[in-house]
Design a binder for this molecule. Structure first.
Ligand code: DGL
Length: 290
């Protein structure tokens, strides 16, 4: 299905639709809930089709469009693509598949804007194969630097596909995390203290914020770790404000909905770690048969 035109009006008390390939996007949902406690969220994790990071761009686009249409059909007033792999490959297709006045917020553009506003020149980006293969961070950062009148900075992008499964396993603080992070960075030619040093590292996968401590331990305090979920939550707030659809505050406490396309005990356990508090996951979404 395709929504050719805009919706007559967007209801401010409608939920924000948020989706990811799985439960990593709950780090973004958590930041949104912290920043905007009056907002109701409908979260969908496509656990049946994850990991998106190893899929082709065409397949990630197909899944993303289907999910965005589902969320729009459920009456969501905005769509947040809480997955870097989907943001890198499917933003335009998702925007085209929902009513034109439903804002679509991805997780790449807000981080790029944040870095270029701060004038950061030497940036490292880590993420899935899909995200890094798209080159979206390097391309967008250089474009933002140029349009801000800055010289092209140094942007290095590294695929780190082992990290998301380790974090999902709950091993973000395990001693194995450090050699894995180190191994990836060294294989890419990065060594602390050399001239290829970076000023900031973008954690370009929504799983990675959980392992922030391990990254700081490897990189040292002088490398700024970009807090993607907080930056994205601010962009969502700005988009809702612009459309005049921020939820009225002061109402009763909101009830979020969390759906996944495949529900297992392991996802139930992990979801709590990613959202920071108990999450009631239910099976549902575009592929769900009643
Ligand atoms: N959450 C996804 C992302 O931000 C990574 C997990 C996956 O590969 O599905 O790219």
């Amino acid at each position: 299905m395709c929504f050719p035109s805009s919706r007559p009006s967007l209801a401010s008390d409608a939920p924000i639709g948020i989706f990811d390939s799985g439960i990593g996007g709950l780090t973004v949902a958590h930041a949104i809930a912290q920043a905007m406690p009056a907002e109701r969220m409908l979260y969908f994790g496509d656990t049946a089709h994850m990991p998106y990071g190893d899929r082709s761009p065409e397949l990630v686009r197909t899944y993303s469009v289907r999910i965005a249409e589902f969320l729009a059909n459920e009456g969501c007033k905005a769509i947040v693509m809480a997955c870097n792999s989907a943001s890198a490959t499917a933003k335009a297709a998702v925007q085209a598949s929902v009513p034109s006045n439903v804002p679509v917020i991805d997780v790449v553009a807000p981080v790029v804007r944040h870095l270029s506003r701060q004038g950061v020149q030497r940036v490292g980006v880590i993420g899935t194969r899909a995200t890094i293969g798209s080159g979206i961070y390097g391309h967008s950062l250089r474009e933002a630097q140029r349009s801000g009148g800055m010289m092209d900075g140094d942007v290095q992008e590294w695929a780190t596909p082992l990290l998301a499964p380790l974090i999902e396993e709950g091993w973000q603080s395990h001693e194995l995390m450090l050699p894995v992070i180190q191994g990836y960075l060294e294989a890419a030619g990065w060594h602390a203290g050399d001239q290829r040093h970076i000023d900031a590292l973008v954690l370009g996968c929504t799983h990675y914020p959980l392992a922030e401590q391990a990254f700081s331990q490897v990189l040292g305090p002088e490398v700024h770790l970009v807090d993607g979920p907080t930056v994205v939550a601010a962009a969502v707030s700005a988009a809702l404000k612009e459309q005049g659809i921020l939820a009225p505050s002061g109402g009763p406490s909101v009830q979020h909905q969390f759906m996944v396309s495949d529900l297992t005990d392991n996802f139930v356990r992990s979801a709590q770690r990613f959202f920071g508090k108990e999450v009631h996951l239910v099976p549902g979404g575009p592929w769900f048969q009643h």
